[in-house]
Design a protein around this ligand. Structure first.
Ligand code: ADP
Ligand code: MG
Length: 390
C-alpha cells in the first residue's frame, strides 16, 4: 500500500476540516540487516531504513494545542501546550507525541498549535521500529514547522531519551539513528559505543531483502527485553572487575567464557560473536560477497536462538524453513525478537515461489498467516510535497 499526498490531504481534512497550508512529512521504519541486541552493549550494528513508514500531514491551528489523529488508532490525542505534560497509561500512542513535545519544550523550542494526521504502512509492534518512526517524525515536523535548525543526530538522541525515560522502553540508539540518518541504498555501520558511523553501500545484485512478518504481536515494554539488558549489565560488571572491560562487545571469547552465571555468560557470548559478524558483514558487503552475507545472517539467528534466547517458535520456524527453500541464501530474525519479523535474502527470480513455499509450510505449523514486504532503501526522515512514495 502506498500513501500519496492527495489521500493524506483528504484524511487530514476529514478529521480537522479545510486547511490551506498543509505540509507533508515521512519517516521510514528500519530493518537491522545484522547486529542484534548490540546497540545497548557497545557493539556495532548494520541497519537501514525501509520504504515502509509513517506519513504526516500537518497544519498550524490558532489554538495553543497539538491535536493528533492516527489512522492506526481510535483515539485523538490532544496536548495543551501551556500545561505540564506527563505520560498517560490509558493512551499509549499519545505518549510518544507527548514525550517529544515535552522534551522539545524543555530545550526551549516554542511550539505553535498544530493539527497532525498520521497514516502508516509500517506494521507496528513488529520490530520494524514504528516507535522510533513516530518519535523522529514528530520531532522533525515540529522543528520544521517552527523553522528551528534540523540536526538529525540531535533529533535521534532526543527521541531515544523520550522512549527511554518518558515512554519507559529502555531501547538503544540504533532505531532513532537509522530512521533519522539513513541515505538511499546504504546501510549504516554504527558503533554504539562512541556513535561513530559510516555508510555502507548495499548492492545485493541478483538478490533482494524481504521482510517476513509473523503477525504475532508482542509488547516489548513488558517483555524479557529489560531482563536481557540487566543480564548484560551483570556480565559487564563482572568483566569490568576482572579485566577492566568497559564495553561488553569489546571482550574476548576467553573473557566472556569466564562469566560465572549461566544466563549472563550466554548473553555475553552472543554479544561478542555478533559484533564480529557485523564487522565481517560490512567487509563482505563492500566486496559484494552476498553469499557470505547470507551465511552470516544464518549464524546470527542461531546465536540469537541459542545464546540470547529471544527468537521464539514463530521466528525460528520462519528462519529455519527459509534456509532450506530454493533461492534463499540467508534469513534471520530482525528487531528485538520475541516474535515480530524476520528478514530473508532471496534471489530475484525465486521471490514468488519462496513466498508461496514458506507461507504454506509455516501455516502447516502455526495458526497465523505470514505477510511479506518487499522494500526499497530510500533514506531517512524527510519532508515531501510532490513525490509519491511506494
Ligand atoms: P515497534 O517499534 O517494533 O513497531 P513498539 O512497541 O516499540 O514496536 O512501538 C509501537 C508503538 O508505537 C505502537 O503501539 C504505538 O503506540 C506507536 N505507533 C507506531 N505506529 C504508529 C502510528 N502509525 N500512529 C500512532 N502511533 C504509532
Ligand atoms: Mg520500537
Amino acid at each position: 500500500m502506498s500513501i500519496g499526498k492527495d489521500s493524506l490531504h483528504s484524511l487530514f481534512e476529514t478529521t480537522f476540516g479545510k486547511a490551506s497550508n498543509v505540509n507533508y512529512y515521512f519517516c521510514p521504519g528500519r530493518v537491522c540487516l545484522i547486529g542484534e541486541h548490540l546497540d545497548y552493549n557497545g557493539g556495532h550494528v548494520l541497519p537501514t531504513a525501509v520504504s515502509l513508514g509513517i506519513y504526516a500531514a500537518v497544519s498550524k491551528n490558532s489554538g495553543n494545542i497539538i491535536r493528533c489523529k492516527s489512522q492506526s488508532f481510535e483515539n485523538e490525542v490532544i496536548i495543551k501546550l501551556s500545561e505540564d505534560i506527563f505520560p498517560k497509561n490509558e493512551d499509549p500512542w499519545g505518549n510518544y507525541i507527548r514525550g517529544v513535545v515535552s522534551y522539545l519544550q524543555n530545550t526551549g523550542v516554542k511550539i505553535p498549535g498544530l493539527d497532525i494526521y498520521f497514516a502508516s504502512n509500517l506494521p507496528h509492534g513488529a520490530g520494524l521500529s514504528s516507535s522510533a518512526a513516530i518519535e523522529v517524525l514528530t520531532t522533525f515536523l515540529i522543528l520544521s514547522e517552527t523553522d528551528e535548525p534540523i540536526d538529525l543526530e540531535k533529533i535521534s538522541l532526543l527521541c531515544k531519551d523520550v522512549e527511554n525515560d518518558f515512554v519507559g522502553m529502555k531501547c538503544g540508539i540504533m532505531d532513532q539513528f537509522t530512521v533519522a540518518l539513513s541515505k538511499p541504498n546504504q546501510a549504516i555501520l554504527l558503533n554504539c559505543d562512541n556513535l561513530n558511523m559510516s555508510y555502507v553501500p548495499v548492492d545485493t545484485g541478483d538478490y533482494k531483502f524481504i521482510i517476513i512478518n509473523s503477525n504475532v504481536p508482542r509488547s516489548l515494554t513488558n517483555s524479557a527485553f529489560n531482563t536481557r539488558r540487566q543480564e548484560c549489565e551483570q556480565a559487564l560488571a563482572e568483566l569490568n572487575k576482572k579485566f577492566g572491560i568497559t564495553s561488553l562487545a569489546e571482550a574476548t571469547f576467553e573473557q566472556v567464557n569466564s562469566v560465572g552465571q549461566d544466563s549472563p555468560r550466554k548473553r555475553a557470548i552472543h554479544v561478542v560473536s555478533e559484533n564480529k559478524r557485523v564487522i565481517e558483514a560490512k567487509n563482505v558487503l563492500e566486496k559484494g560477497d552476498i553469499l557470505r552475507f547470507g551465511q552470516l545472517m544464518k549464524e546470527s539467528h542461531q546465536s540469537l536462538k541459542e545464546f540470547y534466547e529471544v527468537t521464539g517458535p514463530e521466528l525460528d520456524s520462519i528462519a529455519e524453513n527459509a534456509w532450506s527453500i530454493d533461492g534463499c541464501i540467508g534469513a534471520r530474525m530482525t528487531g528485538a525478537g520475541f516474535s515480530g519479523c524476520c528478514i530473508a535474502l532471496v534471489k530475484n527470480d525465486h521471490i514468488e515461489s519462496f513466498k508461496e513455499t514458506l507461507g504454506q509450510r509455516y501455516l502447516s505449523q502455526h495458526p497465523t498467516p505470514l505477510s511479506f514486504h518487499e522494500f526499497e532503501m530510500n533514506g531517512g526522515v524527510r519532508t515531501f510535497q510532490k513525490q509519491k512514495f511506494t
